[in-house]
Design a protein around this ligand. Structure first.
Ligand code: UTP
Length: 288
């Protein structure tokens, strides 16, 4: 069985929940303290053993490409000023991983964005990571999904229980828990109404897929919101192939949402050695 070495980052969405911040700059480049969201997720992919990353980009995403590129002038300036720590940080980013780009010409939906990755993927299993789900855990979330893939050799979805009043924001699954935190998925619905949701298990922004998804995506009609939905294609796939879900361990922050982004900022700031304690003191003072 082939191991998962390639990851696809669909970043061509319009980020409407974060307007006006996302009018001219990509949602994935919003900084959590001092690093853009997408860098946290690339770091998770690398920590899970990913060797090649494909960004599915769209119009207005050039700052993301620049972020992972060599910044010759900046490096020369930092070097001239003897700012070695900053120089190392900037250099590390451009050396992180082998990065490729493909353009999704129209934002026709997540499923369509994944279809744009077909040539890059070839005949290997691959990971999909959504750049606005920041997951903090002892074991990287993608590694946890890979463990399930390595056991069953089939599609794996990252899952989380969410409050029922929020389920209509997610793809939702139902299934049988076949071992601790691993589900055999039997049904999937994209953004169901609370009363139609088969469970409170939501698909979060981590997937391991196989190339079997591509012929289905190529024929997929638009679903919820008029978009080509990945969830609909996985439902179709589940009729012939086993689909698994992995309830990951860790804390997920939905940074595509303003409140989620704020919570992530606070959580990460509290953990920072340089100012975490001072920030905590500040918060306590503000809250009393
Ligand atoms: P979202 O549903 O979060 O959409 O997409 P969005 O456009 O990013 O944000 P909102 O909801 O309007 O605020 C889930 C992921 O799929 C990507 C997005 O970039 C995001 O990572 N996506 C979505 C694409 O790459 N192409 C698309 O056509 C749609």
């Amino acid at each position: 069985m082939k191991h998962v070495k390639k990851a696809v980052f669909p970043v061509a969405g319009l980020g409407t929940r974060f307007l006006p911040a996302t009018k001219a700059s990509p949602k994935e480049m919003l900084p959590l303290i001092d690093k853009p969201l997408v860098q946290y997720v690339v770091e998770e992919a690398m920590a899970s053993g990913i060797e090649q990353v494909l960004f599915v980009t769209g119009r207005g995403k050039h700052t993301l490409e620049d972020h992972f590129d060599v910044a010759f002038e900046l490096e020369a300036l930092l070097s001239g000023k003897g700012k070695d720590t900053e120089l190392c940080q900037v250099r590390e980013i451009s050396n992180m991983v082998r990065i490729f780009y493909v353009r999704q010409k129209q934002a026709l939906g997540l499923g369509h964005a994944i279809l744009c990755a077909k040539d890059f993927v070839g005949d290997e299993p691959f990971a999909v990571l959504l750049g606005d789900d920041i997951i903090d855990g002892e074991t990287p979330c993608l590694s946890q999904l890979m463990n399930v893939y390595n056991k069953y050799g089939s599609t794996v979805l990252g899952l989380e229980h969410v409050p029922m009043e929020n389920i209509s924001s997610y793809g939702c699954v139902s299934g049988e828990e076949i071992s601790d935190s691993v589900f055999k998925v039997t049904n999937l619905v994209e953004k169901p109404k609370k009363e139609d949701a088969p469970s409170d298990l939501a698909i979060i922004g981590r997937y391991i897929l196989t190339p079997d998804i591509f012929p289905i995506l190529a024929k997929q009609s638009p679903g919820k919101g008029g978009e080509i939905q990945l969830t609909d294609a996985i439902l179709e796939l589940s009729k012939t192939d086993a689909v698994y879900g992995c309830k990951f361990e860790g804390i997920r922050h939905d940074c595509g949402d303003k409140l989620g982004f704020l919570k992530a900022t606070v959580d990460i700031a509290l953990k920072r050695e340089e100012f975490g304690k001072d920030f905590e003191k500040y918060l306590r003072e503000r809250l009393t």
